[in-house]
Design a protein around this ligand. Structure first.
Ligand code: GLU
Length: 442
């Protein structure tokens, strides 16, 4: 069986971290199995769908390194839905219903008031052709419901949640099409999953009861159902469904200097029994991906954890991967010297500025003689080797200074800062000329 997964966002907004995580899991599973990962744009709702969001979704997936192997759009497939609809109507699996929203709400309230589950009573099925003709003559247009097979218990083994059972008699026949002819999500999605040969549907656990209904739709369509994996939802670091998560997406990541690899490394593993590791490469994530390791508890997304993973990833990035984001003139040696001090790549520019200068220096009065001595030594040593070690070894011998007293005044004079990259790596970048100038006390 060749694996096909799909990521099916509605283009009514930007992707947020929750659906990025779902996309990632679909992508990882497809990659692990040498299968296809399809982007399906769920744009049946023409009012709320916008082209700019379609473009943003594509761009976001590209940035994340999860470019789809194919793209489909539901708005281009209406003829197919229409054909399947007609077949299901002819087979008696779809039926017209005429209740208004208010009538349905009243029925719900009555049932709930009696302590009964608010299941649709199928009153529309009792209408005679004459009743329907009369309603339509009055201008009432029907919506359409899918008739559940009450005798077929619904069961599947979810790849994450294990065995699932639903009794169709406890469920309302779902509305699949509105009175204005527009589609609700459920039937077109089942038709597409069947037609596109989708083998695995990976989505949030908020879809579990939809799956129960859709399994009967697959059967009614004469199609094999895909396997399902419903993942626990994502919550914020405080452990609650958070509004903020809905606005955290690729733009937020880019603005805060988060690398795509960090997003992948974190989102692949949170909520699973595998540890989050700062993996720059997707290969080990693909290799270790396993639905059996997903927990049932919500996955916690913590932005500070993402920042930590990110800095550990930045420390491993090769020059070639970041060259186009570095200031002009900064070469591979400079990158390697500066990299261990960065939490985001953009900070490299600050350190490069320290290398190139001008910098602000302030030498303590008691260090003036020491720095004058340092300048004299720096002027004599061989800069081709390891000038920092040569310089500090000689100063140690000559002045008897050690540790902080030996190193800190030099670091301050040479960089204008108390902390920073390893001076042995930084000093050759600063170079002899600039170093002598910075060690000059006036
Ligand atoms: N467009 C649906 C959603 O965003 C797709 C759900 C699914 O994956 O089937 O909820």
């Amino acid at each position: 069986m060749s694996v096909v997964t799909r990521f099916a966002p509605s283009p009514t907004g930007r992707l947020h971290v929750g659906n990025i995580r779902t996309a990632l899991h679909n992508w990882l599973w497809a990659r692990q199995n040498g299968g296809r990962f399809v982007l399906r744009i769920d744009d049946t709702d023409s009012e709320r769908s916008e082209e700019r969001f379609v473009e943003a979704i594509r761009a976001d997936l590209d940035w994340l390194g999860m470019t789809p192997d194919g793209e489909e759009r539901q708005s281009a497939r209406f003829a197919l839905y229409e054909a399947r609809f007609a077949e299901l109507v002819a087979a008696g699996r779809l039926y017209p219903a005429y209740e208004t929203a208010q009538e349905l709400e009243l029925k719900r309230k009555i049932l709930l008031g009696r302590g009964l589950p608010p299941v649709y009573d199928r009153a529309a099925l009792a209408l005679t052709p004459d009743d329907r003709a009369a309603l339509e003559a009055e201008g009432v247009r029907p919506h359409w419901r899918f008739k559940l097979d009450h005798d077929a218990m619904i069961e599947w083994t979810d790849l994450i949640r294990g065995p699932q059972h639903f009794d169709p008699r406890t469920m309302s026949d779902p509305v699949v099409r509105r009175a204005d002819g527009s589609w609700l999500y459920m039937l077109p999605s089942a038709i597409d999953d069947a037609e596109m040969g989708v083998t695995h549907v990976v989505r949030g656990e908020d879809h579990v009861s939809n799956t129960a209904l859709q399994l009967q739709m697959f059967a009614a369509l004469g199609a094999d159902a895909p396997a399902f994996a419903h993942e626990a939802l994502l919550v914020g670091s405080e452990g609650k469904l958070s509004k903020r998560l809905g606005s955290v997406g690729v733009d937020t990541f880019r603005e805060s200097g988060i690398e795509p690899a960090a997003v992948r490394a974190l989102l692949a593993r949170i909520g699973t029994s595998d540890p989050v590791e700062p993996l720059t490469d997707a290969a080990p994530l693909i290799e270790t991906f396993d639905f059996a390791r997903f927990g049932r508890a919500p996955a916690r997304f913590d932005e500070s954890e993402l920042a930590q993973v990110n800095s550990r990833i930045v420390h491993q990035l090769d020059f070639a991967e970041v060259a186009d984001r570095l200031p002009a003139g900064m070469d591979a040696a400079a990158w390697l010297a500066i990299r261990p001090n960065l939490s985001v790549v953009a900070e490299a520019a600050d350190w490069w500025h320290v290398v190139e200068g001008p910098i602000e220096r302030s030498a303590a009065a008691e260090d003036r003689d020491y720095l004058a001595r340092a300048r004299a030594v720096a002027a004599e040593i061989d800069w081709a080797g390891d000038p920092w070690h040569t310089l500090t070894a000689r100063l140690k011998d000559e002045t008897g200074r050690r540790g902080r007293a030996l190193f800190l005044p030099l670091r301050q004079a040479l960089t204008g800062r108390d902390h920073g990259p390893d001076m042995a790596a930084l000093l050759p970048l600063i170079g002899r000329e600039r170093a002598l100038a910075r060690l000059t006390t006036d």
